[in-house]
Design a protein around this ligand. Sequence first.
Ligand code: ADP
Ligand code: MG
Length: 577
Amino acid sequence: GHHVYFETAAAIVTLVALGRLLEARARARAGEALRALLSLRPRKARVVRDGLELELPAEAVKVRDTVVVRPGEAIPVDGRVLDGESSVDESMLTGESLPVARGPGDNVAGGTINGPGLLRIAATRVGAATALSQIVRLVRAAQGSKAPVQALVDRIAAVFVPIVVALALLTFGTWLLFTDHGLSHALMRAVAVLVIACPCALGLATPTAIVVGTGAAAQRGILFKNSAALERVRALKTVVFDKTGTLTVGRPVVQALAPAPGVAEDELLTVAAAVEQGSEHPLARAIAAAAKAKGLALAQPTGVRAIGGRGVRALLGAVEVWIGTRPWLASQGVDLSPVPEDMPLRTGPSDPAPSAMSSGTPPKPGHTVVWVARAGHLLGAISLADELRPEAPAVVAALRAQGLRVALLTGDNRATAAAIAARAGIDPADVRAEVLPADKAATIADLQRHGPVAMVGDGVNDAPALAQADVGVAIGSGTDVAVDAADLTLLRSDLHGLLTALTIGRRTVATIHRNLFWASAYNVLLIPIAAGALYPFTALPDWLRALHPALAAGAMALSSVTVVLSSLSLRRTARTA
Ligand code: ADP
Ligand code: MG
């Protein structure tokens, strides 16, 4: 009778609605990580205007406003500390659980929590420009981006629908023409096939896992910019590290000065530091800092030009000064013979004891030497040393234990690169030294012949290599997330983040595959049953032989829920990655 159809329709609608409800709730939970980040945005700020401290909505703060942050308060915008000393909890941005010391001149990020001191900061970035807003935007974009596996799923879904309609028609026709169960039964079978075949679970399999995976990563200070990178992590064969600022801390310190005959140490340092004031390179900052520590007065350079991977050139008054690699100075026609290549390495620390300059000391491995020339004449060389990141050997060992090839890529000279590689545990055969920034991308392309490559760099001069790599990884600070070329940014300045990112990427892909398996298993198994394949087996219970469309709707809802729950379980495993 008609009531059968009516009840069936009602049951299907109810079950589908219930499935949708469960699914929506589970999906909402998957997106929790992003909402947690958004909720960090402070609403109020104390701004000093005309000498008065006003409490304003955070949106009303303008760049260059002075903002007062009391102990324990959330910092409302990105800024630079004007005065005050405190420690700031940046765990929400970087995953770093220890508070970091912040004082005058340091940058602080909006959304982080001020510790015990009162800070007065000058706002540098407000609203959508803050690091936190950028992170939220990046995570959102990554979650909305289509994973490559999704393209395959879409193609399957496209052929799936006509096939299922054809199967339903076939079922209907077969039952009607070749059995005597009548129109009503034939219709029930066809409807059951249509209901069971709904590819909802298939559609949920990938996006839910991506949302959970990228969200869990973001909570640990790891930003995937797109889901393709998340997927590619699994296939990696090689991980390439940049040296300065990536394998090393990136804060080199001047160790020794080797002036040319007739040149005073202070003169060498004064000229070099004056020019390096105009460069942002870590070596430049170290040289400028060494001169300032000695109280040397520095002239202002003009026409500063940085030549990537080689050095820097500028005018001091009317005289031209070059600072950079030995081959570069040689190519500029500078006579390098007054200072032999290994002399700066034999020279001891210039500061306390000149006695350390005994020429018998063996060259120091791991030092970087820059050469200084003025008006075409060599002034001398400066040797600097940068510390290996403490976690580098453990991270390199872990990567190699996973079967990955680990390589070092640097613009620095071979001896320095080899020394750093040895200490980090990188095979000497996998060291590529004296590579100019422009050739770094070509070196990556060369390594890609053996399989997908991840490149880890500090994101400044490594941009072409990061873009060329299958997975470009930038190590950035929480306030500098706009690293465009990278697919993946580690906000916390710690290489362990790379291991976590690889684990989360692999687990996300594994979850996607498991989801796709379950989603299709439901269909493959239940479509024949819905069509009545078990009907001839009279020993089986009736509900299974003639699968009721309402039961089919229940199974379909269950498959969607299974998939979403499986994605949510990723949240737990990602936390322990
Ligand atoms: P890395 O690949 O290790 O990050 P870079 O490509 O930035 O190194 O630089 C390669 C080399 O070029 C440095 O080791 C240094 O000798 C020289 N160089 C680059 N910039 C400067 C600079 N501002 N001052 C002095 N030397 C520089
Ligand atoms: Mg670098």
